[in-house]
Design a protein around this ligand. Sequence first.
Ligand code: BEZ
Length: 211
Amino acid sequence: MAIRLGDKAPNFKAKTTTGDIDFYDWMGKDWAILFSHPKDFTPVCTTELGAVAKLKKEFDKRGIKVIGLSVDGVKDHEGWSADIEETQGVALNFPLIADTDRKVSDLYDMIHPNANDTLTVRSVFVIDNNKKIRLMITYPASTGRNFDEILRAIDSLKLTSDHQVATPVNWKHGDDVIIVPAVTNEEAKQKYPQGWREEKPYLRYVPDPTR
Ligand code: BEZ
């Protein structure tokens, strides 16, 4: 069955480069990002894994655990990891699932047979601390993802979870945010006694409350 936003993220047990895990136990009380790679020893994936390893501190800062997946085995992952370090200048610093039986790929609908029968597409799932799916993106194998964009989206998810606001196009941390339509002007006066910038009755901006 397809996974949708708001669904509970399915749990699984898997072999990874850092040992066997139960996904929920591994997440603990944190948020997580789970992302798939079509195959080991492939060029685009190599650059993506290097980029995520370089950004690991940024995920840590936001309290997000990072886990990748590829349909090859742990031995291959280890060999590939050495190549990633050599070519991208950084070693893998997060676990990579060895999904040789495609169990996790199937559970998370990462194989799109009309794109490829056996390899995963480039899926990303952001899962919150209640194990809810909060964001999903899907790219084809030939297009590398932009992990800066994923961090930006995580900043929005965290902000909009904690405050009754939404983030406008191309928003980044510190930019003005939008008061959600469900908040009436009367309620907004209580929440934002300093007022707001109203471009239309439905388009009301306030400063980023975490700025
Ligand atoms: C890659 O990671 O470079 C890749 C993987 C599968 C198909 C095409 C490209």
